[in-house]
Design a protein around this ligand. Sequence first.
Ligand code: PRP
Ligand code: URA
Length: 208
Amino acid sequence: MAQVFEMTHPLIQHKISMLRNVDTTVKDFRALANEIALLMGYEATRDLTLEDIKVETPMAVANGKAIQKQVAIVPILRAGLGMVDAILSLIPAAKVGHIGLYRDHETLEPVEYYCKLPPEIDQRQVLVVDPMLATGGSAIAAINFIKQRGANNIRFMCLIAAPEGVKALTEAHPDVDVYCGCIDDHLNENGYIVPGLGDAGDRLFGTL
Ligand code: PRP
Ligand code: URA
């Protein structure tokens, strides 16, 4: 069964409250999303598998560690883009794939319009990122596409989740651990997270 982690770090909770604020500007929203993703990235990579390596120092050969699997970051377009730079600053060698999905505003069903993943995705630790996990439809569909292309080691990271989305995602993909900045109260009748922060893509890119 998937593990679900809700962040307890005070800095993350403080910054999520600022992110939610309706008066937060686009510039500050983008900076905060980046800062929260950075702090969460630290938590979500806490147990990455290491391998033993030898490192030659100027003095001797030391026993060292290296992350065993290459990492791929896969943002769900478009709002997932707001979390990529933060993870790249933690893991600069990570490759980045993209999945383009949008929610049909009538049916709330995800529609795929783009998918480009790094090579040898089956060998990689994949981190799928999207600020919002609402009904779960987008995350479930994105992970379906990534699995169809061979990935078998996937984690999902979001800033805000609805309990309904967490349930749907963990039932659909019990092998995928979920890292949430905060799990909110509920979804409204339009599929928006309450209290949430509104439309993450619009707030990141100023398309309100
Ligand atoms: C938002 C968000 C997720 C999705 C979550 O994207 O970034 O991808 O909704 O909703 P769900 O869990 O109910 O699928 P949106 O479809 O608004 O597209 P955008 O990123 O292009 O704004
Ligand atoms: N997508 C968003 O951007 N916000 C929500 O509250 C739900 C889905």
